[in-house]
Design a protein around this ligand. Sequence first.
Ligand code: SAM
Length: 215
Amino acid sequence: MSADKQTNWSYTEALPFEDEVLLRARERSHELGVHPVSTGVGAALTVLAASAKAQTVVEVGTGAGVSGVCLLRGLGPHSVLTTIDSDVDHLRAARLAYSEAGIPGNRTRTISGRAAEVLPRLTDNAYDLVFIDADKASFPVYTEQAVRLLKPGGLLIVNGALDNGRVADPAAREPLTNTMRQVGKAIRDNDSLVSALLPTGDGLLLAVKVQPARR
Ligand SMILES: C[S@@+](CC[C@H](N)C(=O)[O-])C[C@H]1O[C@@H](n2cnc3c(N)ncnc32)[C@H](O)[C@@H]1O
């Protein structure tokens, strides 16, 4: 990244304001060894959730609730966030963050389990937004499941799509980097999706499931 692009990136990450609720959730994330979404990604999640007017949302990788609070703050009062994590301590911290953010309990459904086993139990074409931010090795499976879960017009968001800058470096051949390249290309080449990769945070991949008639 050229010096001015790095400066732009740092500026956009530092610009969003985060309140005490998010700062406490970030602190608990670090105590639990969880990597929460960056401030820029958090702000983008709020905007994307609001602009999508999403009512039904699935999150893969709850962590300590930073991304969940950001999504919920963009969602309407009747929306529900279904969020999945394999670690019960992370889910407990996330529930605390939702409560501190004043989110009523009936607006979140926290599911404990391995996402590859939970996602197939969720209903086809029933969700407006799916956010993926868990173990990268399983992103190809999660992406495939997300496309099945999304309604036409629904939005898929994949965090960490640039894998700490390694995806763009042709010399980087680590398995997880190759997996993230594969996910980016599979989304780009999927005729049922229109997509864009934003350099926000560690790469935010966006895709909308389009109506077959529009293609
Ligand atoms: C990067 S953190 C998520 C951070 C969260 N999105 C946030 O911004 O606050 C990844 C989370 O995925 C969870 N995870 C890892 N492997 C998983 C799996 N196979 N199924 C479900 N959750 C998993 C971890 O326990 C961790 O909480």
